[in-house]
Design a protein around this ligand. Structure first.
Ligand code: KIV
Ligand code: ZN
Length: 505
């Protein structure tokens, strides 16, 4: 197990920037750089100084404003012109580093560089030695084996060359998976070979592209194989499918009990800023930061998510959202795959009273609707709740109720097409109403009721909650809402009758 703290080396402003449709200018880079400082990265590759005047200017500016504890590096090919430009651009930084690269895969040496391995080796050693002379003892020299991930056949040549490169003055050896083509383990095995072959004071670094979507996995496992420096980009920006996403690596290491020297709570805010500044949208399902990354739609997942909502570990999430500064909670969406927990959560969240058994009763209606239209909105669910909890449609329909001075109650109601006009003497309107229904020949086993004042943003201000015993022994809850307490009571009775009647279907 790796015992050195990871060194987060940000490449957003170089690899990320070079992949943008509109690369950043100095001011934009400065803004992002300041966020990187707040995030707490240990190193920043500020640009490719020889690429353009604009990039040279940006590298110089960031070197000038850089805090003393952050390594500032600029990229260069293994040619004197680039190396001089890079050194010139970062000279104001307290901790300077020149970063040079050359391809060493057999394929690239032959078809892209058109050079023999011996020529490449000579160029690498001379460039590193040239950079070391410029940097003196104080500065750092990083050397990258471009296309290291394609160096399986000639790994002995690569290691041999790296040993010479180290002797020539490199103190950081970066191993890029320049194009991710194959399984992670093959790359990690190569990293391990280099780590074993080089002196232990040399910093091993990895720089992984995400062509097959495994860059995070490759980077995390490379750390455990000896790579201390992890080259990552904010939002995973970078050439083609991007570079390793810094947030994913940081959280994966954090979850693996590695001390991560970053301000993790800054991640979510920064992700939104970078998306805005790069014009690269965050994919809905992007791990950790995607809008859908906290959404649950299946009933089983919703149940687990709700039961573990406030716990540090969640049944269906890798972290508590607050770890990365995400203020939004896990999201419960109702579809045909969802269940009672979702109804309960959505209705409760909307401020309406509901019990789990009521949610269970109305879930089938919501599912039926969701099968037709897909995910239901909160409004859709409130409508289903209103129609099936507050105004239950069924065979019983209240037409009128009168209370006389002598305490008698006259109830006028319909049962399907049949009308009833019943007068009884009751002990108050609730008792009277129930007696009238029983007198009409219907079973109505009333247990108890309670009343609540409501503030549901509607006209209804009183709610009656009643419990009935259905003929099969089931306890039924019914509700009635109205501005008048009396009407709320009577509505609750008729809702209860209809719920029981509907259960018979
Ligand atoms: O992907 C790559 O190989 C690079 C090097 C310049 C480090 O970006
Ligand atoms: Zn790269």
């Amino acid at each position: 197990m790796q015992n050195r703290q990871p060194f987060f080396y940000d490449i957003t402003l170089r690899d990320g920037n070079q992949s943008l449709k509109k690369p950043w200018n100095t001011q934009e880079k400065e803004l992002i750089f300041n966020h990187l400082v707040e995030l707490g990265v240990q190193g920043v590759e500020v640009g490719f100084a020889a690429a353009s005047e604009m990039d040279f200017e940006a590298c110089s500016r960031l070197a000038k404003i850089s805090p003393n504890n952050i390594v500032i590096s600029a990229l260069a090919r293994c040619v004197e012109h680039d190396i001089k430009k890079a050194a010139e651009a970062i000279k104001a930084a307290e901790k300077q580093r020149i970063h040079m690269f050359i391809a060493m895969s057999p394929f690239n040496m032959e078809y892209v560089l058109n050079k023999s391995p011996q020529e490449v080796r000579k160029q690498a050693i001379e460039a590193v030695s040239f950079a070391r002379n410029i940097m003196g003892k104080k500065g750092e020299v990083q050397f990258s084996v471009e296309h290291f991930g394609d160096c399986h056949e000639n790994i002995d040549f690569v290691i041999d060359t790296l040993q010479e490169v180290v002797k020539a003055g490199a103190n950081v050896i970066n191993l890029p998976n320049t194009v991710e083509r194959t399984r992670p383990k093959k790359f990690v095995d190569l990293v391990e070979k280099v780590y074993t072959a080089l002196p232990k004071d040399i910093i091993i670094s990895v720089h992984n592209h995400n062509d097959l979507g495994m860059a995070t996995a490759v980077t995390v496992e490379s750390y455990f194989a000896g790579a201390v420096q992890l080259e990552c980009a904010l939002n995973g920006l970078g050439e083609r499918a991007g570079n390793t996403n810094m947030y994913e690596v940081a959280v994966a290491l954090h979850n693996s009990d590695v001390e991560v020297p970053l301000n993790l709570a800054k991640i979510y805010e920064l992700a939104l800023i970078i998306s805005d500044m790069s014009n690269v949208q965050i994919y809905e399902k992007a791990p950790l930061i995607g809008p859908e990354a906290l959404a649950h739609r299946s009933g089983i997942h919703q149940d687990g998510a709700v039961k573990t909502k406030d716990m540090k570990k969640g049944a269906y999430r890798p972290i508590h959202p607050s770890l990365i500064g995400r203020k939004d909670d896990e999201k419960i969406g109702f579809t045909s795959q969802s269940g009672k927990t979702a109804i309960f959560e959505i209705i409760t969240e909307a401020g309406y009273p509901i019990t789990l058994s009521e949610a269970q009763r109305i879930a089938p209606f919501a599912k039926e609707e969701a099968e037709k239209i897909g995910e239901l909105s909160t409004r859709n669910i409130i409508d289903i709740y209103t129609n099936n909890v507050l105004n239950v449609k069924g065979a019983f329909k209240l037409c009128d109720m009168q209370e006389f001075k002598n305490g008698n109650i006259k109830l006028n109601f319909m049962y399907n097409e049949k009308e009833f006009n019943i007068e009884v003497s009751g002990n108050g309107p609730v008792d009277g109403c129930i007696k009238a229904i029983q007198k009409a020949g219907f079973t109505c086993e009333f247990l108890n009721y309670e009343q609540k004042a409501l503030n549901m943003g509607s006209d209804a201000s009183a709610m009656t909650i009643m419990h009935f015993k259905a003929p099969d022994g089931k306890i039924i809850i019914s509700r009635g809402c109205d501005e008048s307490t009396l009407k709320a009571n009577i509505k609750a009775i008729f809702n209860g009758l209809n719920i029981i009647e509907n259960l018979k279907k």
